[in-house]
Design a protein. Structure first.
Lengths: 483, 483
């Protein structure tokens, strides 16, 4: 009746073709060529076309009359309850060695599933070298490499120490870490402080500017934030919910989260650290990603409380070390199910391209695991300017993720979807059955040490992680894969 | 291909009926009854069905071969250029009497077109009483009323002093005002500081808590912000653009704008006013509308530069005094074209309803005049929780406004419309011709003095203002209304 179709800025609103292409990417091209919007979702045939896996899947379906089906249903209901009721609150910033249980004086934590120094990718090696220089364990990059070569550094996954770190995820003992307490269940999780975008330690850079910033974190920013949060804890569930109303998905876009965080803590920061407040506020003002690490630690604290429930098929971690992608599942204990990490599909900074990109890296996929990040992309249409695609793609990605999740968040509503809750609690069964894999939006690191960030884009969790997890769960429940 | 229609949270996304009803509201009901989304846009028959007005409209259409048509086209092109190129920057906070040209020691500025004390509505009288108490001109409300009754106070419209004030818009000499400089054209505009939501002076409340807050503004907050902005001016075009990416429309929703403003000025504030910074940051943190008055002053500075161009049919102000709605047009000098103000249609705070509401009031419609506010509602889907309606309505309102505007903002993109610019530069001709009138989202004041805000909603500019303006423009150009 009104509105002018000829002016229509978006096919979403003018009734043009909107499609989601699942599987072979080639089918999307004709649609795009003719002006339609088409989001690409990774897909493979259900259960890999594997009869044994298909039968296992059938045995694990919710079924009150079947002992296995009933156990899985109960376990998942409990996992969902714990995720939905999680109440992550930022309560402190402390050095890693003080705060993180099991963190030794010669430990370096890293992103993703376990990996040895020898197998680490360029950016992770670069970040580890930088951390060794920062800690004073080595005076030069060559000395640092020699130290690691002779096994004098203990490497361990962040995730196995209730910690998450973006990209390389290197956390060394003296680094200040955000302490997030899940006030519903009593557990704590940790993350380092975000350095900003570009040439940074977490992307494998370790020049003097990088180290100088980290020294200032340890000497000034960390202690100031610690005093602030001890005096005035910040409810991160509430903060993330507000950021999702303001165009963030709280993984690759944190403009609103960072702004709200600054606004929230500024008065207490001025009181707690009057001499350092201006510099701390200035640093945070200049870093639109400052909230990312708070968001990640909040997700980790939430999901750790839902881990370790026998029979649960809910994914409790997705993480990448730059070589392998790994997942952990609620009902399979500490096991990691891994597959080779892919290279994200995205937009590169000027002068760089896919040939420079390291495979997918970082613990930041904890956000998607918790139902935000890529899963909440419909809340963040402006993110497509950073990672590629259109606002219609962003909505399509979120909608696709409803197929593989067990619930919708009560806390996290998406305005453009009529305030529907974000797709939450990834179910391994649904991934294996549908062939739709979790999507993740992420930064892209240069593949060489010492370089830094070169872009941002979209990636997908490898399907093989989920089939392996399902098989392990079957074995753990005493189910043989039927013939 | 994917997505589950049965789960679809919004008719916008599931292919259900989406309609915009123009004119008689009754036609929208059957659509809504059957689950469709329907936004209501005010409408009347073109040119009121008036033949003379229709012929005048035809003479004023853009036409290079017609002297009148060519002049209008040239004038509007210049007006659009000045609006688009406007560069409002917050440079200072000073007392009104220091900053505002023509502000006398016994002047009270008020919202909307000119009005005498005798004809003022309840909330405006209440605010004026509060300002007289604040200034020390009277010791009691009765003394204040007596003072005004005997003509000892000079009332003048904010708009005639390059100033805008939300709701009652009362600005008294000692109040601190934001100074916005349009750095593209050199003019300045002013607004007072936002008090917060609820029982506030601008809604007609004047109890001791209201006055105490205003004294703190004058003694502490205003001077602290003045020192801050003099040291570090803030580009408001850039800030508004970012807020529109974050779910604000910068009239009735200012959560993002307030957060970004705090983030932007916090370091300079700590340096400029170390002793008052914590209290100032705490006040701003608690007031999600703090950015509104910055947004309004920025729009006023932008539009004033586009005023006073002979032949221009572009609206340069829309404002309400609680009794009348008035507009000013670029080509008709200082004249106001007025019509009775309507009561907004919206959501009320608990315990209040339409019977308690004052007619539409405030200068805040300067935001819609500048292409944001209600015109940018598609950028702020979450606002419907505050003013009523659905996110689909928000998009429909913005789309309808493209019909009556001359351009799309280069600076202000709307993510949900594929980053299309907001509808900017209202053309009196298009309003008269189409019968579509500008929509405004606004707060609702109690009709009695001393009460305060009782809700928020949607209202529309009266059609009669635009026909009157068009006729005046015709007379000014020497065009007789043809028979």
């Amino acid at each position: 009746m009104t509105g002018d179709p000829a002016r229509g800025p978006s096919t979403l609103l003018t009734g043009g073709v909107r499609a989601v292409n699942i599987g072979l990417a080639g089918f999307a091209e004709p649609i795009r060529t003719h002006g339609g919007a088409c989001a690409q979702v990774e897909w493979r045939p259900p259960a890999e076309g594997d009869r044994a896996l298909g039968l296992l899947l059938a045995r694990l379906e919710d079924d009150p009359d079947d002992p296995f089906g009933a156990q899985v249903a109960r376990a998942n209901a409990e996992a969902v309850r714990r995720i939905v009721e999680g109440r992550p609150v930022a309560v402190d910033v402390r050095t890693a060695v003080e705060a993180i249980p099991g963190m030794g004086a010669r430990t370096l934590l890293h992103a993703g599933p376990p990996i040895t120094w020898e197998r680490m990718c360029g950016p992770m090696r670069g970040a580890a070298i930088g951390a060794m220089l920062l800690e004073g364990w080595a005076a030069t990059p060559a000395e640092a490499e020699a130290l690691a070569d002779r096994g004098a550094v203990e490497f361990a996954p962040c995730h196995e120490h209730a910690t998450v770190g973006p990209m390389a995820g290197i956390v060394s003992p003296s680094m200040p870490v955000i302490v997030v307490e899940n006030q519903a269940f009593g557990n704590r999780a940790f993350s380092n402080l975000n350095e900003g975008i570009g040439k940074m330690l977490r992307y494998g850079a370790y020049d003097e500017a990088v180290l100088e910033r980290l020294r200032w974190f340890a000497a000034t920013l960390g202690p100031a934030l610690g005093r602030t949060l001890r005096a005035s804890p910040v409810d991160l569930r509430d903060l993330t919910a507000r950021a999702l109303q303001m165009g963030d998905e709280c993984h690759n876009r944190n403009v609103a989260g960072t702004s709200i965080l600054i606004r929230t803590i500024a008065p207490a920061l001025v009181r707690a650290a009057p001499d350092d407040a201006a510099a701390a506020l200035e640093f945070m003002r200049g870093n639109d990603h400052f909230y990312l690490n708070f968001s990640m630690a909040a997700c980790k604290a939430t999901l750790d409380a839902a881990h370790g429930i026998d029979g649960s098929t809910v994914v409790t971690a997705m993480a990448r070390n730059g070589v392998e992608f790994g997942i952990r599942v609620g009902g399979t204990g500490g096991a990691w199910f891994t597959a080779p990490a892919g290279v994200p599909d995205g937009l590169y900074f000027p002068g760089y391209g896919a040939q420079d990109a390291n495979p997918d890296i970082g613990d930041s996929a904890i956000t998607e695991t918790c139902g935000i990040g890529g899963f909440a992309m419909a809340a963040a249409p402006a993110i497509v300017r950073f990672i590629g695609g259109t606002p219609a793609d962003a909505i399509a990605y979120t909608r696709a993720m409803y197929r593989i999740t067990l619930t919708r968040s009560q806390a996290y509503g998406i305005p453009s979807l009529g305030f529907a809750g974000t797709p939450t609690a990834i179910d391994v069964r649904r991934v294996v059955e549908s062939g739709v894999v979790p999507i993740i939006d992420t930064g892209i690191a240069h593949r060489l040490p010492g370089m830094g960030q070169i872009g941002a884009g979209i990636t997908a969790a490898p399907y093989g992680c989920f089939t392996a997890a399902l098989r392990a769960l079957g074995r753990r429940l005493g189910l043989e894969e039927a013939a």
